[in-house]
Design a protein. Structure first.
Length: 138
């Protein structure tokens, strides 16, 4: 019997203890919620880019805050929006995500980057999709 567990067991005349075992091995994993169109866009990424993206999303699920060079804030889309940055031999890929939702990590736009700056139509589409996703989960 584990000496640390006292779930109602009396020991040599001592009063019964009702403490539960404590463990730090359980971690809270936040769900990733994909906009349906973002999921389709990611499926068209090359295999290695999808694998790198998956590792980045897993880190976000585990509560890590990513910074440069893996991610950067995209305040031009909305407050709380970040850009996950993935590069492989096939190109440069970007995924917009939002972590300020209690529902989880929201992924709402994914694309292959072809220019230095994110084009205005990409930013507008990202804003629209974020609003759609937020309406669906609330």
């Amino acid at each position: 019997m584990d000496a640390g567990f006292r779930g109602g067991i009396q020991r040599s005349g001592a009063p019964a203890q009702t403490e539960c075992p404590k463990s730090d091995t359980f971690e809270v994993v936040r769900p990733v919620i994909f906009h349906p169109k973002a999921r389709d866009e990611i499926r068209r990424f090359p295999k290695e880019a999808r694998a790198r993206l998956g590792r980045g999303l897993y880190r976000l699920q585990m509560g890590e805050s990513l910074g440069m060079p893996n991610a950067r804030p995209m305040a031009t889309v909305a407050s709380g929006v970040w850009e996950l940055r993935v590069r492989d031999e096939d190109g440069i890929f970007r995924v917009f995500y939002y972590t300020a939702s209690a529902a989880g990590v929201l992924v709402f736009r994914a694309f292959a980057k072809k220019t230095q700056r994110t084009p205005a139509p990409e930013i507008e589409l990202a804003r629209k999709r974020l609003q759609e996703l937020l309406k669906c989960i609330n």
